[in-house]
Design a binder for this molecule. Structure first.
Ligand code: SF4
Length: 337
C-alpha cells in the first residue's frame, strides 16, 4: 500500500461516509447505487434508491418488471439510459448467470450500462476485490494531485495509470469509498485543501485544471401542450433511445415552424397559442430550454384515441414515467385555472 492510499484510508476512517443505505454488502444494492450515482449526487440518489429497492428488492424482481414500471420509479432522476440498461442487465444476469452476480470487473463491464469504473467499484464494494476506479470524484482528485490536465485520451490513460498505482491490494472497499468521499467532501469544485490528507505533496496550485472544465452548449425545443377538459394532457412516448428514451413527453419540434406538423400528425388542428414561460434543464452535456406552446381549441383533443405511443394524463398522481422537466411544465399549466 503506498503512502497516498495509507493517508486516504486513515482520513476515511475518521471523516468518510459509513452509513449510506447501500453500504450493506449486497451486490445488487451496490450495483444499483453505483448506476444511480453516475452523474448524480448522493443526496439526490438516496430517496430514489430506497423507493427503487422497495419496488424491486432483488435482481429477479427487477428482471420480471416491465420497462414502463422501471421508468416510473426512475422518473425524475434523469439520464434514463441508465434505467433501461439496468433493466436489460438484470435480465441478462438472471438468464446468463442464473441470478448469481458476476465476480470479476471484466464480467460486470460486459453488462449494459456498466463502464470500467463502475464495474471496479461494484467488485470492490461487493466482494472486496481490488480494482482501480476513475469516477468523476476520483478523476478530480487524481488530476489535481498529479497535475494531469486535458480531457483527451492521453490524459485519461495517465489518470488510469495513477488510479491503478494507488489502489491497494487490501482494504479495497474502504479505499474505493475513501477516494470517492475525498472527491465529494474535500476535493470539491472549490477544494478544501486545509482538510485534505494528501495536501503535503499534492501538485494542485490553486487553479482549476482543464480536465474539470466542461462547456455546455445550449439547445432549444418547442413542445405542444394539448389539453382536453376531461382527459387531461396528451402525452406521446419518446423513441426508445436518447436521453429520455421510452419516457412519456409532449409532441415537440426543434423549430417552432415545425410544431404544427407534429400536432397535425396526431390528427389535430394545429392552432398554436401564445408561448408560456420556458422551462430550463441542465444535462451533463448541454442545457435545454423548453418553450411550451398551448394548442388552442381544447375540446378538439377528444378525437385522439389512446394507443401504444399516445396517452392522456390527468396531470395529477403518479402517472407514467415522465422526465422531471415535463412534470414541472405540466404543473405550471395545472396552476392556471
Ligand atoms: S490538496 Fe486540495 S487539490 Fe490536492 S487532492 Fe487535496 S483537496 Fe484536492
Amino acid at each position: 500500500m503506498d503512502d497516498f492510499a495509507r493517508r486516504l484510508l486513515a482520513w476515511y476512517r475518521r471523516h468518510g461516509r459509513h452509513d449510506l443505505p447501500w453500504q450493506v454488502g449486497d451486490p445488487y444494492a451496490r450495483w444499483l447505487a453505483e448506476v444511480m450515482l453516475q452523474q448524480t449526487t448522493v443526496t439526490a440518489v438516496i430517496p430514489y434508491f430506497q423507493r427503487f429497492m422497495n419496488a424491486f428488492p432483488t435482481v429477479q424482481a427487477l428482471a420480471r418488471a416491465s420497462q414502463d414500471e422501471v421508468l416510473v420509479h426512475w422518473a425524475g432522476l434523469g439520464y434514463y439510459a441508465r434505467a433501461r440498461n439496468l433493466h436489460a442487465a438484470a435480465r441478462r444476469i438472471t438468464e446468463q448467470y442464473a441470478g448469481d452476480f458476476p465476480r470479476t470487473a471484466e464480467a460486470w463491464a460486459a453488462l449494459p450500462g456498466v463502464g470500467p469504473s463502475t464495474a471496479a467499484a461494484i467488485v470492490a464494494f461487493a466482494f472486496g476485490i481490488p480494482a482501480p476506479i476513475l469516477d468523476a470524484n476520483a478523476r478530480r482528485v487524481l488530476a489535481r494531485y498529479h497535475a494531469v490536465s486535458g480531457r483527451d485520451a492521453r490524459a485519461l490513460r495517465e489518470l488510469w495509470m495513477h488510479a491503478r498505482d494507488h489502489t491497494p491490494t487490501r482494504e479495497a472497499a474502504a479505499y474505493t469509498q475513501a477516494i470517492m468521499d475525498l472527491g465529494a467532501l474535500v476535493c470539491r469544485k472549490t477544494p478544501d485543501c486545509a482538510a485534505c490528507p494528501v495536501a503535503a505533496d499534492c501538485a494542485f496550485e490553486g487553479e482549476d485544471v482543464p480536465v474539470m472544465r466542461r462547456a455546455r452548449p445550449e439547445r432549444a425545443v418547442f413542445m405542444a401542450v394539448i389539453r382536453d377538459p376531461k382527459r387531461g394532457f396528451l402525452l406521446v412516448r419518446r423513441p426508445p433511445h436518447g436521453v429520455w428514451g421510452g419516457l412519456w413527453s409532449l409532441p415537440e419540434s426543434a423549430e417552432l415552424k415545425d410544431l404544427p406538423a407534429a400536432v397535425a400528425a396526431l390528427g389535430l388542428e394545429p392552432r398554436l397559442g401564445t408561448a408560456a414561460a420556458p422551462i430550463r434543464h441542465v444535462f451533463t452535456h448541454f442545457r435545454l430550454t423548453i418553450t411550451p406552446i398551448p394548442i388552442e381549441g381544447a375540446s378538439q383533443g377528444c378525437g385522439v384515441a389512446e394507443r401504444g405511443d399516445v396517452m392522456w394524463y390527468k396531470g395529477r398522481g403518479p402517472g407514467p414515467g415522465m422526465p422531471a422537466p415535463i412534470r414541472r411544465l405540466l404543473n405550471q399549466f395545472l396552476e392556471v385555472p
